[in-house]
Design a protein around this ligand. Structure first.
Ligand code: ZN
Length: 161
């Protein structure tokens, strides 16, 4: 289900990256407006429209008892965590929709823009042959390349697709 939205606790940063990479709106510690000591209470009371993914059993129970959505993640390896999230209807597959670092929507670059940005960043002009996406927030350029194949290989090897 594409409409699912998540908030991941800071133990689940890699899982958050995979969710963003697959197009799911997922916030993590960058979006937490609190101090580390108050973080658990903050995560119980905020992001009520998102499913909280957490490895912390106590936090999970506090959140659920308030009637807000949460799922307890028990595995340590990211691919096993991904399997747990798939129980919610998540499908993992890389798409150029969200920045994996900050969750912002990516924007497809027009040719002139792409030239300018690649030059500024010192990236090779051969990238102009590819479709390029840009995160305005992180100033990061995304394109489909060999790293993409590696991600798909990872998903295949672990039976995630
Ligand atoms: Zn970004």
């Amino acid at each position: 289900m594409v409409g699912l939205k998540f908030v991941c606790d800071r133990m689940l940063k890699r899982l958050a990256k995979w969710l963003r990479l697959s197009g799911y709106d997922t916030v993590c510690e960058e979006a937490f407006n609190t101090t580390p000591e108050k973080e658990d209470t903050y995560l119980v009371e905020n992001f009520k429209d998102r499913i909280l993914l957490t490895k912390d059993r106590e936090l999970y129970h506090r959140r659920i008892s308030r009637g807000y959505p949460a799922k307890l993640i028990t595995s340590n390896q990211v691919w096993k965590q991904m399997k747990e999230v798939m129980e919610l209807g998540v499908k993992f597959y890389p798409v150029t929709k969200r920045c994996t670092l900050c969750n912002s929507n990516l924007r497809k670059l027009k040719e002139e823009e792409a030239k300018e940005i690649l030059e500024k960043m010192g990236l090779g002009k051969d990238l102009l042959k590819k479709e390029l996406w840009f995160c305005k927030n992180c100033k990061k350029v995304y394109w489909i390349g060999s790293h993409w194949k590696n991600m798909i290989k990872f998903l295949e090897e672990h039976g995630l697709i």
